[in-house]
Ligand binder design. Structure first.
Ligand code: NAD
Ligand code: TYD
Length: 349
């Protein structure tokens, strides 16, 4: 059994689906079901004896201790987090609570559990982090590698950086078998429509403005979410405890390029009745405060040491993603209309 935290979110749910399609080791999913957690992402696992869901918070020390002693997982994979930069600018508190305090409590519970295991028992704590901890790059700077100093610029990235430091310290001080991955921007199915790619697809189809922050020349290194899941499985299987691994898409694009490409694909796949292009909906809006200009990952370590490479190109991944959103408009409607929140409130009243 592995314990996945935050498994009802975007990457966590893709990871659980990917994991169970590759092997039969059961998954225990611990998720607090914040606005970003969606159990419908895992509806296909209904009745699957390999999957168990627990509604709860990673900061709940006694709940986590009980789960660890009852289920004796071989690994903890910590996806649980507050993940949206804009939300962290408007209200950083939840980011501090979950990303820092939550990770700390989870580490403490994991340490007690790991210390109680008989010598030789396999156990790993894999912490999922972001490239945003490294700060921002100028156009000519080399991409972030594992030695790049941390220079987080937003409350989100600062809270993730703090959690990464705690994870590192648990290896250095206690010898805990921890691993950390720092990944670039993901995209793909089940992405909550507050982030750039799903927001643009959703707004385009709704006839709403497609907001571009500032000049739209900020660069992100986009990775298809299933490629990230693959990398996480590989690190869990063959990564060296105490090490960190950068994961990236080898795919730097400006935001304007991404939005224009989405409009082109939608023009082809779902042409507008009036014959105009979705790109006419592009609207320049005030820039995000402290907006990082460029992220890029040097993924040579994971490529050379663990043999991982992304399988999707941006063109193939983005087309799959657009198809998924076109085919799953009910999912989008559910999360954007509040229906899903109502269901959760009733279910867990
Ligand atoms: P998400 O916001 O979609 O999902 C987060 C999940 O964590 C949700 O299901 C939420 O309910 C759950 N959660 C939040 N607080 C919790 C708590 N206190 N206890 C238990 N569960 C809690 O996020 P995501 O995009 O899937 O990101 C997952 C992880 O990957 C995060 O740690 C994020 O920092 C990291 N990451 C994300 C990206 C990206 O592009 N989305 C890139 C690199 C790294
Ligand atoms: P986002 O998906 O929020 O991811 P992150 O901030 O973690 O990189 O944003 C990706 C990029 O797109 C980022 O440079 C901000 C920009 N952006 C817009 O221009 N408009 C939008 O409406 C959003 C949500 C993001």
């Amino acid at each position: 059994m592995i314990l996945v935290t935050g498994g009802a979110g975007f990457i966590g749910s893709n990871f659980i689906l990917d994991w169970l399609s590759h092997n039969d080791e059961p998954v225990l999913n611990l998720d607090a079901l914040t606005y970003a957690g969606n159990l419908h992402n895992l509806a296909s696992l209904k009745g699957d004896p390999r999957y168990t869901f627990v509604h709860g918070n990673i900061a709940d020390a006694s709940l986590v201790a009980g789960l660890l002693s009852r289920h004796a997982p071989t690994a903890i994979i910590n996806f649980a987090a507050e993940s949206h930069v804009d939300r962290s600018i408007h209200g950083p508190e939840d980011f501090i609570q979950t990303n820092i305090l939550g990770t700390f409590r989870l580490l403490e519970a994991a340490r007690a559990y790991w210390s109680s295991l008989p010598k030789g028992n396999a156990f790993r704590f894999l912490h999922i982090s972001t490239d945003e901890v490294f700060g921002t790059l100028s156009p000519a700077d080399p991409a972030f590698d594992e030695q790049t100093p941390y220079q987080p610029n937003s409350p989100y990235s600062a809270s993730k950086a703090a959690s990464d430091h705690l994870v590192r310290a648990y290896h250095h001080t206690y010898g805990m078998p921890v691993l950390t991955t720092n990944c670039s921007n993901n995209y793909g199915p089940y992405h909550f429509p507050e982030k750039l790619i799903p927001l643009v697809i959703h707004n385009a189809l709704q006839g709403r403005p497609l907001p571009i922050y500032g000049d739209g020349q900020q660069i992100r290194d986009w990775l298809y979410v299933r490629d990230h899941c693959n990398a996480v499985r590989r690190v869990l299987e063959a990564g060296e405890p105490g090490q960190t691994y950068n994961i990236g898409g080898l795919n730097e694009r400006t935001n304007l390029e991404v939005v224009t490409l989405l409009c082109d694909i939608l023009d082809e796949r779902r042409p507008k009745a009036d014959g105009t292009s979705y790109s006419h909906q592009i609207t320049y809006v005030t820039d995000r405060p402290g907006h990082d200009r460029r992220y890029a990952i040097d993924a040579r370590k994971i490529q050379e040491q663990l043999g991982w490479r992304p399988a999707e190109t941006f063109d193939s991944g983005i087309r799959k993603t657009v198809e998924w959103y076109l085919e799953n408009q009910a999912w989008v409607k559910d999360v954007t209309s509040g229906n899903y929140r109502h269901w959760i409130e009733k279910q867990y009243a």
